[in-house]
Design a binder for this molecule. Sequence first.
Ligand code: GLP
Length: 255
Amino acid sequence: MSSPSLAHPLTSLRVCVAADAEAAAEVAATRILTLLREKPTAALGVATGSTPSPVYRALARSLQSEPLDLSRARAFALDEYVGIDPRAPQSYRSVIDAEVTEPLGFDRRLVAVPDGSSADLDAAASAYEAGIDAIGGVDLQILGIGHNGHIGFNEPGSPHDSPTRVVDLAEETREANARFFDGDIDRVPRQAMTQGIGTILKARSIVLLAFGSGKAEAVARALEGPIAEASPASALRRHADVTILLDKAAASSLS
Ligand code: GLP
């Protein structure tokens, strides 16, 4: 069971410390299902990485016991590697297909992933941003957080009003993600196309999840450190509707 969401004393964010990652994932899944029941055409912002996986699994379990037609819902992925074959298992297109589109029954045509293999990356990034705006924006954005506080692939130093664009990945991000490339950092792309922090902040609601002691410092900096470009996730404190779902280890550095 999770504790009730509490307003964090130093921020406007709601913080919920769950017993474990599975319990936190259930809370996020319930938020998503409540939205999709009320608004079957809702737009979900979907993240990749290890953190949101239990959310997608919890959603799939719920849909088995209580079916809901998600074929009219939209999804926008946060980011994609630049230069990766979209059919490679490490591409975020493949991950979203395997974890979101297929198991949850989204219509593939309504699931967008930034086009990191475009011949004109800047145009593709602008088109992605315009696509989100054109459907009226994301209703609920799911986020993880990097060890260095990144959200999407917005590394420290990213402007808090940045749009979807191509970015260079920090070495520590490439090291962290080498686990998806057989541990070989040389295979991890050096660039990505990511929704900007400004793009993320346009979502009507945001749920950020973080699990494990390795994320504790990043979470504490985001919630209790200065709101600054050095701390991408601190930008979430500029938004009026953000929920942070943590396990105990990820909450362990909060004051
Ligand atoms: C990745 C993604 C982020 C993700 C973060 C943490 O590189 N681009 O969207 O939130 O890093 O990943 P994980 O959840 O695997 O720790």
